[in-house]
Structure formats: structure tokens, C-alpha cells
Design a protein around this ligand. Sequence first.
Ligand SMILES: [Zn+2]
Ligand SMILES: [Zn+2]
Length: 271
Amino acid sequence: MGQDPVEKTKVVQFCQFCEGTGIIKNPDAYITGENPITPCPKCVLPHCRCGGESPYLYAENGKISECPCNPVRRRINRINALFSKSEIDKKYRWLFLSDFNVKTQADNKVKSAAYKIIHSFPDVSKGLFLWGNPGTGKTMISAIILTELISRYAVSGKYLKISRNFFGRLRSTFVEGSQMYGQSSQIERDLAEIDVLVVDDFGVQRDSPWEQETLYNLVDSRYEAEKFTIFTSNNNPAESMKELGGGRVLSRIKEMCYIMELSGSDHREEK
Ligand SMILES: [Zn+2]
Ligand SMILES: [Zn+2]
């Protein structure tokens, strides 16, 4: 069989501007309130003939065709829907890797790790466990990785803060008559199945046995499903989780994640 001539014309030159994704961060979004991501002005917009109007078609000589921008704009809509379901903390919404300032060697190390993950996903063997003092940028870099992965690969992602509120919501699933009654296994299943999960403020020693068990189960379910997970914690897991579940939780986390310490500079003051 000869080479299909149609295939040849499909080969598009790799666009440096958008790294071949066809999508860039919208530099005016904060000012204009426009969509935070937008079709690439170098490789997509010059070919657009629909003016960005849904359903991204154009008419020519009485014939209606799909606009060349169509796949990219549909993908942007999908990414936006995934992003709004991700529950990323308001403070960290739509931040990208270029927004993470490096001040220390630890910052540099975690930024390189993030770069590698973002560019090789889904071929990533391990997630991250980031620990260190509050304000060292753990949550920010985790949210950035989550945002980059949703934006680049249109995967499902979730930011989960381990807080009183989280346990309270889960507990209410056991209360008859509550709106959430009976939904605990659904919540747990959702958390196990999501492609990318950030578990922020993963702490154990202050929690009740039921809360601790909930956290073990969360680690277990991510481990079993072999899903990419990022944990942040104020404590060194090698110390704080040594005894937990006979050391099983720590050994699972070590298998699932690269453990990295972030300390030193305070990122909270940054914009
Ligand atoms: Zn481009
Ligand atoms: Zn178009």
C-alpha cells in the first residue's frame, strides 16, 4: 500500500508558542474577565473562520464546514468544565508553572519535578509528597501541577483539602435524613477514580481513629487504582507516619510518591 496523501497534509509544524497544544494562557484574562485559556494566536486563530462562535462552523458557497479551530475550542470548553469541577482553592486558580517563583534550592528542585511530571504525563511512575513549614509554596505548586495537567491533557482532577469540613461532610453521609446520607461509598469511589488528586494538608496525628482510618483508606484506594496523587503536609512523613497502621501507610506513600521537603522562603506574600 502506498502512503496516504491525506495523512501528509495533516502533519502540522510543531508550534513553539503553545508547545503544540493549540492552547495558551490568556494574558488579558485577569483584566477583561475573558476565558483564562484561549486558542493559540500563532497556530490556531489565523485559520479560524467562525469568529469563535459556537458550534464553530463556517459557510462557504452554500456549504457548511467545521472550522479549523473547532477541535481546540471544544477542548477548551471541556477543560473549563473539568477545571470548575476541580475545586482548586480560589487563591490558586489558573496559575501555571511560569507563575512559580524560585527562591531556594528546594523550590528549584520541586519546580524541576513539576516540569518533568507536566511534560511526561501520563507516563509518570510516582506522585509527590511535599512537606515543610506552612507558606513554603506546597499548595501553590500542587495546584499548579493540577491546573497544568487538566489544561494540557483534559484529565479529571481534584483538589481536596483535609479539614474539619471534609470530615464533617463525610460524617454527614452516615446521618439518616441528611442530604448526603448513604453517599460515603460514592465519595470514596470518586476520590479513587479521579485521574489527578491533590490531597492538601494531609496530617494524621491530630485526628480521631475514624478520621485516621478514612485517610488510610484514601491512600489505599489511590494506591490500588495506581492513580497520580500529590500530598502536602506540614510534617515529615518519615516521622509522623512511622507508626501508623504498622508502617503500612508510610510504605505505600513511599511507593506512590517522591518525598520532597520544601522549606525556607515564604511564598504567601507573593502575587
Ligand atoms: Zn500554537
Ligand atoms: Zn473558528
